[in-house]
Design a protein around this ligand. Structure first.
Ligand code: KG4
Ligand code: ZN
Length: 336
């Protein structure tokens, strides 16, 4: 079976085709980063308009590239939430219209489930059950995963998501949007140990996170510094170290509590090299990641999540109605 995936929850239009026997056939991504850069963040209305411009041409591109005719698509999977409602409506409207016209099922996919399952696109994928650490621009979640749609939330961020904390700290340091990867690159020039940032909520039990204080800590450290390029790099490194240490401590705790030995990390921040290096040192744990291009938003993870659900779904229904859900918690999902 071939599933066409459509991702449009934020500032990336991602299209892919996943074949349940042959694997990922092809994918295309259009990033709106340049469009939003001059505003220093995502402008929702501009994002929606750009998804309208890009979705159909990208679908045509992927069909052509994978030598797939429309008649060969067995289902359409689109991101139905969480995300920006206007952006979600573009992808879900196009996806459901296409499914309706082709008389095939449409699957409403949760964006975070897409991220969560994305490491399973790789060779030698992890087996269920595992602990998943999801670190993106909008979410920081620790989840116990027993199978597709069988998710128990272990912990989450009470304020800023990790990616958001990276982006806000980067912005405060005057770095370009989106700041996460830029801050990570700058941290490579930093001198370790010059500044030491707190590791929020690690000195008490529990698996929740709080990252907004780190941004304030970074701001105060910057204000008191000499404002040199080296100060900036040292702050970037201290911030990144505090974040990676905090995440590692909570992952270790989650693995211990669940008695699991497999950790699966996904979402935009899972591309961070320092985080990967730190998590790889967790004792007695095998850690899995998506390839770097599938850490951030993409269509492949949505096509894949759709395919996983379609395989188990006895009778996929034709399209009668659809919705976009700006908020949609992962643990509301049920198995296919
Ligand atoms: O998963 P994603 O593409 O979008 C959401 O669903 O939110 O995550 C984007 C986030 C942004 O905050 C971005 O700055 C961050 O991931 N990010 C990074 C790195 N690459 C992307 N943060 C730290 N280090 C990186 N290398
Ligand atoms: Zn995402």
């Amino acid at each position: 079976m071939r599933v066409l995936g459509i991702e449009s929850s934020c500032d990336e239009t991602g299209i892919a085709i996943y074949d349940t026997e042959k694997g990922l056939l092809g994918h295309a991504l259009y990033s709106q980063i340049a469009l939003h850069a001059e505003y220093g963040g995502v402008v929702p209305e501009l994002a929606s308009r750009d998804h309208i411009r890009k979705t159909l041409p990208l679908i045509d591109e992927v069909l052509l590239e994978t030598n797939t005719s429309r008649a060969e698509i067995d289902a359409v999977a689109c991101t139905a939430g969480p995300g920006l409602v206007g952006a979600l409506l573009v992808g879900t409207s196009i996806g459901h219209s296409l499914a309706w016209a082709l008389n095939i099922p449409a699957l409403a996919i949760n964006h975070m489930e897409g991220h969560l399952l994305s490491p399973l696109l790789e060779e030698n994928p992890p087996a269920f059950p595992f602990v998943s650490l999801l670190v993106s621009g909008g979410h920081t979640l620790l989840v116990e995963v027993q199978g597709v749609g069988r998710y128990t939330l272990l912990g989450e961020s009470l304020d800023d998501a990790v990616g958001e904390a990276f982006d806000k700290t980067a912005k405060m340091l005057g770095l370009a949007y989106p700041g996460g990867p830029v801050l990570a690159a700058l941290a490579e020039q930093g001198i370790a140990g010059r500044f030491v940032f707190p590791k929020p909520m690690t000195n008490r039990p529990g698996l929740d996170f709080s990252f907004s204080g780190l941004k304030t800590f970074a701001m105060n450290t910057w204000k008191e510094s000499g404002h040199t390029d080296q100060d900036k790099a040292d702050i970037a490194l201290a911030f990144q170290t505090a974040v990676t240490e905090t995440l590692a401590i909570k992952c270790r705790r989650a693995l211990k509590e669940t008695r699991l030995k497999t950790l699966v990390v996904a979402g935009g921040v899972s591309a961070n090299k320092a985080l990967r290096k730190r998590l790889d040192t967790l004792a007695d744990t095998k850690v899995y990641y998506p390839r770097p291009e599938f850490c951030s938003d993409n269509g492949a993870m949505i096509a894949f999540a759709g395919a996983m659900r379609l395989l188990k779904q006895k009778s996929a229904q034709p399209v009668t109605r659809f919705s976009a859900r700006p908020r949609w918690a992962l643990d509301e999902l049920t198995p296919p």
